[in-house]
Design a protein around this ligand. Structure first.
Ligand code: ADP
Ligand code: MG
Length: 261
């Protein structure tokens, strides 16, 4: 049983405060959805929790099973059991998937004896074409293939807690269903705890959240059960933010999404 605790997290990037005091607790087997409009700070939250360089934490704590993650570089957080599925997965020319996974297994003290068989089995399960397994990481993959590839890594590495930053961005409906179902299965099979960041309901039709939180301007303005996502679908973000949901960055963020894949 693992617990990720985010307490009073205040953080900035490039001199601008983006997170204004975030409190969240994710336990093994739970799915928490964080929903918010463009520019709300969703990706910033995932970056700060995972330890992407360039962000400044001013207050608060991030603990995994009581261990202070903020004191660790990203790779140590990963070894401790935290995993981030990026909104826009990076291409890494020259590094093959199997090589990367073998390194990650070794770093976790796991044997690589069954790695090739495991990768093949997982690729079949997530409908990732076996022919693409030899490519460099994410290089020349479509949006859907990249997310299947990321989900495959998540399934094999079996972290304690996974943050999914818009798993649903840039992939078609079939890939979305396969990836969401695989993550859902991991919550049951290995007790994965999930923080699923999204601004659409459609992800949550496949990956069923136990808790839904609404993030507006770096604050969680509402928390509840799955019904909160339905209410959001009906009423929009403005109902939760006194008409202030639209951020000045919304237009650029929307363009980013459009050209992402
Ligand atoms: P979301 O993922 O909810 O769309 P982000 O966390 O990406 O929002 O961005 C939140 C705010 O932080 C936006 O106003 C964005 O422009 C700003 N921001 C994010 N990253 C940077 C950066 N590296 N430099 C400057 N501003 C940034
Ligand atoms: Mg984002």
């Amino acid at each position: 049983m693992s617990t990720l605790e985010i307490k009073g997290l205040v953080a900035s990037v490039a001199g601008k405060q983006i997170l204004n005091g975030i409190d969240l607790v994710v336990r093994s087997g739970e799915v928490h959805a964080v929903m918010g409009p463009n520019g709300a700070g969703k990706s910033t939250l995932s970056a700060v929790v995972m330890g992407k360089p360039g962000y400044e934490v001013h207050a608060g704590e991030v603990l995994l099973d009581g261990v202070d993650l903020l004191a660790m570089p990203a790779w140590q957080r990963a070894q401790a059991g935290l995993h981030l599925v990026l909104q826009y997965p990076s291409e890494v020319p020259g590094v093959g998937l199997a090589d990367m996974l073998a390194e990650a297994y070794r770093a976790r003290g796991r044997s690589t004896d069954d790695l090739v068989t495991d990768v093949a089995a997982e690729a079949e399960r997530i409908n990732f074409p076996v022919a693409l397994l030899d490519r460099s990481l994410n290089v020349d993959l479509s949006g859907g293939e990249k997310k299947r590839n990321e989900t495959l890594q998540l399934a094999l590495l079996q972290p304690k807690i996974a943050i999914l930053d818009e798993l649903d961005s840039g992939l078609d409906i079939d890939a979305l269903r396969d990836c969401a179902r695989r993550v859902e299965a991991a919550t049951n099979e290995t007790g994965l705890g999930v923080l699923a960041i999204t601004h659409y309901n459609r992800l949550l039709e496949e990956l069923h959240p136990d808790h839904v939180h609404i993030l507006v301007k770096g604050r969680i303005v509402a928390s509840g059960g799955p019904e909160l996502a339905d209410q959001l679908e009906r009423d929009g973000y403005e109902a939760f933010s006194g008409g202030e949901a639209a951020d000045e960055t919304a237009a650029t963020s929307a363009l980013d999404d459009l050209f992402a894949i």
